[in-house]
Ligand binder design. Structure first.
Ligand code: RP5
Length: 164
C-alpha cells in the first residue's frame, strides 16, 4: 500500500517575489527542523482573488500554521487571518521608503478579534516566524519538540565566553 500524501503543515506566503530573500530565512529554519512548507506569492493588492482562495482554502489544504510576510502597506497577514482560523504569523518586510516601520505598524495593529502574531522587521522576524511555527507544531509533535530543543542547545553552545 502506498504512503498517504501528507500536506506540508506550514504555508509561507509573501506579497511579492521581492520579499523572498527575507522570507527565505523562515524557510531555512523550517528546513533545519525538517518541517515541510509550501512557499507562495499571494499579494493582497495585486492578486486579491488568489489571496481569498488561498486563505479560505488553507485549512482544507492541510496547513496548520501560516507565515505571511509583506512590506509597505502590508495588508496580507491581516487579510489572510480574516479568512482562516489557522494561526497567522506576520513578518514585516523591510521597505525601502520607511525601513519597514510602515510594514510593522500595518501588520501589528490588528483590531481585537482577528489576531496576527507579529514578528520583528526583516530577516530576524522571518527566522523567528519559522521557529515560532515549528514551536506551535511541536505542541503535538514530540519529535519536532526534540529537534527544536537540540537547535536551541546548538545555538547556546555556539556562543563563545569571550570575544575573539
Ligand atoms: C508589498 O509591496 C510586497 O509585500 C513587497 O514587500 C512590497 C514591494 O513589492 P514589489 O514592488 O517589490 O513587488 O506588496
Amino acid at each position: 500500500m502506498s504512503e498517504p500524501i501528507v500536506a506540508p503543515p506550514v504555508a509561507i506566503v509573501m506579497g511579492s517575489q521581492s520579499d523572498w530573500p527575507t522570507m527565505q530565512r523562515a524557510a531555512e529554519m523550517l528546513d533545519k527542523l525538517s518541517v515541510a512548507y509550501d512557499a507562495r506569492i499571494v499579494s493582497a493588492h495585486r492578486t486579491p482573488d488568489r489571496l481569498v482562495s488561498f486563505a479560505k482554502g488553507a485549512a482544507d489544504e492541510g496547513f496548520k500554521v501560516i507565515i505571511a510576510g509583506a512590506g509597505g502597506a502590508a495588508h496580507l497577514p491581516g487579510m489572510v487571518a480574516s479568512m482562516t482560523h489557522l494561526p497567522v504569523l506576520g513578518v514585516p518586510v523591510q521597505s525601502k521608503a520607511l525601513s519597514g516601520q510602515d510594514s510593522l505598524l500595518s501588520i501589528v495593529q490588528m483590531p481585537a478579534g482577528i489576531p496576527v502574531g507579529t514578528l520583528a522587521i526583516g530577516e530576524a522576524g522571518a527566522a523567528n516566524a519559522g521557529l515560532m511555527a515549528a514551536a506551535i507544531l511541536a505542541i503535538s509533535d514530540a519529535g519536532l519538540a526534540d529537534r527544536l530543543k537540540a537547535l536551541r542547545a546548538e545555538q547556546t553552545a555556539a556562543v563563545a565566553e569571550r570575544p575573539a
